[in-house]
Ligand binder design. Structure first.
Ligand code: ZN
Length: 198
């Protein structure tokens, strides 16, 4: 599959439960993957997109938060991000491009310190707050196979069980009609992409 063919995958695609591998080499393929990610995120009007969401097992995500009264626009590519000093707690509604039209309240730290690398291999260190911190925590979860639904209250999870079953039903239907590979095949593809890193 070429970067141009990559697209956003939906729950319960196995890539969304995959623990991604760190990236130690940036080449032209990875650079074109990142530009494809920006294209997909903007088409879907998202503010963050993790590699897992385009079925790539890499510790990498992008962010594009529009300007608000409180802060200028934020655009970032974070490779191998590590989160530290998560402080405070705030509950707010979240959504996810891999679970379209599903929303629910998630508690996240209000501030977080981030260590990551950019595409040139330079180390970046910064402090993020509020929406920026929330997006980073949501995307960072993706890299470790965690989804925002995992962090919702038991009550909310029960409330969403119908819509989640619809996603699973749709996934099975696509597989039955050969419009999507089997989970085993999709997992093999993830392993193949992992090879590209080493
Ligand atoms: Zn998401």
């Amino acid at each position: 599959m070429t970067p141009a063919e990559l697209h956003i995958v939906h729950y319960p695609h196995p890539a969304l439960r995959w623990k991604s591998k760190p990236v130690y080499r940036v080449d032209d393929t990875l650079r074109s993957i990142v530009s494809r990610m920006f294209e997909l995120m903007s088409e879907a009007s998202g503010i963050g997109l993790a590699a897992n969401q385009i079925a790539l097992p890499y510790q990498l995500f992008i962010i594009s938060i529009p300007e608000t009264e409180d802060h200028p626009a934020i655009e970032q590519i974070l490779v191998n991000p590590v989160l530290q000093n998560q402080k405070g707690s705030h509950e707010a509604e979240e959504g996810c491009l891999s679970l379209p039209n599903l929303y629910g309240p998630v508690k996240r730290a209000t501030t977080v310190d981030v260590k990551a690398y950019d595409l040139d291999g330079n180390e970046i260190n910064f402090h993020a707050e509020n929406l920026h911190a929330r997006v980073i925590q949501h995307e960072h979860d993706h890299l470790h196979g965690r989804l925002f639904i995992d962090r919702m209250s038991e009550m909310k999870k029960r409330e969403l069980s119908g819509p989640l079953e619809d996603f699973r039903y749709h996934h099975r239907q696509l597989q039955q009609h050969q419009k999507l590979e089997s989970d085993e095949h999709l997992q093999d593809d993830l392993r193949k992409w992992e090879q590209h890193l080493t």
